[in-house]
Design a protein around this ligand. Sequence first.
Ligand SMILES: Cc1cc2nc3c(=O)[nH]c(=O)nc-3n(C[C@H](O)[C@H](O)[C@H](O)COP(=O)(O)OP(=O)(O)OC[C@H]3O[C@@H](n4cnc5c(N)ncnc54)[C@H](O)[C@@H]3O)c2cc1C
Length: 473
Amino acid sequence: MSAHPPVLVWFRDDLRLADNLALTNAVRSGQPLLCVFVCEAGPACTTALDWWRTQSVQALAHALRARGGQLHVFAAQAEAFLPELVRNSGCTQVFWNRRYDPSGKATDTRLKARLRQMGVEVHSTPGNLLHEPWTVRNRAGQPFQVFGPVWRAASAAAHYPAPLPAPAGMEFAPCAAFAAMRVGVDLAVETLPGWAVAMQPHHVFGEQDAHARLHDFVAHALQTYAQDRDFPHRDATSELSPFLRTGQVTPAQIWHAVAAVDARSDGVKFLAEIGWREFAWSLLWEHPDLGTRNLKPEFDTMPWRVDPKGLARWKKGRTGYPLVDAGMRQLWRTGLMHNRVRMVVASFLVKHLLIDWREGERWFAHTLVDYDPASNPMNWQWNAGTGVESAPFFRIMNPVLQSQKFDPDGAYIRTWVPELAGLSGADIHTPWQASLLQPTGYPSPIVEHTVARVRALAAWKARRADATGAANP
Ligand SMILES: Cc1cc2nc3c(=O)[nH]c(=O)nc-3n(C[C@H](O)[C@H](O)[C@H](O)COP(=O)(O)OP(=O)(O)OC[C@H]3O[C@@H](n4cnc5c(N)ncnc54)[C@H](O)[C@@H]3O)c2cc1C
């Protein structure tokens, strides 16, 4: 056993060994490691992301075990618990990678001050982004309001250092304290609720799987990404979002994997999507209430409808519009939904049902395994027209045309709405007009498209009149 006191590595949204600066710096200290994860929500899984994280923590625990170590998992409030753990275990230094969400940031600031008061050295290092949010500024030193210039500036200056390998020679410290607060990671996975167990077959977990997926995508799908990415049945996107969320892969690793094989348009398009994720985090940094406040205040007077039945039908995938319902059912069954379909269902909720985008944001926060407190509200605001840069509200997606264009033979719909599987390629987008009506139990449309469109535009004009005090144009 080492004669040196231990150092604590606090894993959060960085459940990996490679390209983990906090872990690498802790190993470089030459002191034995106490690797810790604190489960603040408790061991129970309430959301899909809780479930994903439980699996991911278990994968990290296995990876550390394979190197002779242990991940100590505690159910506790980190702010109160970590100083106790540090004191009890005699740690002299604490290492973590930064997080940028408002409550994580506030907790870390207070905790850092508390630990330093105790005489403990705290080292926080850049987290799961290419650029720390406060560094993304225009020439006037102001935050960017729109994506294009941000990404042009970031791409022009893009010389990201090569990602770090997993550190070699890790030495671990034992820790038997706080037994009552420990969570057995294997046990937590074995006692999952039924909905979580049903999601299991749709996923793989852990850092190795994340990298296998990245390299498979770069080798086989990157070249056709730009042309195929909008077609939900083509398996054309990377499906890296849950791994990015909990840090099994980093944007820098993705950047280098793509740059190594492709500097042409498909790679550029794909990297620009990573750029949208960065932009979302810089928006959340500037607007901590991104998930609750319209960034365009003129939407504060929007006459949203209160429609619990409509909302429930949307959540359950029973709106009567096959592409919308396929997306909502894919979400419930797998915790994921294709990006194009996310846009269609978001537009449908906000414009066809005229329900406040925050209801949809909350449902996605509950059901997405890749739920991200920056990307989710940014995209909802973009689709609702309420964001700083967004699709105008009056651009209303037609769910039937979207279905015919992006799922032309209905393959995606057939997967998730099996009661429509017997319909022809043409009928599947409008089952209410099907030449051969079948008793499928599938509902009729909750609202007719043209009626919904007129209603949404009228509400939008009324909102403008309220906001300006002027008569409608
Ligand atoms: C209403 C709505 C809500 C969304 N909520 C989330 C969310 O909570 N978490 C989340 O990670 N993404 C969210 N997205 C963005 C996008 O749908 C997902 O990132 C994407 O579907 C993930 O699949 P992929 O990994 O195969 O993406 P790819 O097409 O392979 O893209 C690679 C990566 O780029 C990033 N990315 C791609 N598109 C976007 C985008 N529009 N905005 C921000 N980052 C993007 C993701 O990290 C993604 O993993 C949302 C989109 C919409 C329309």
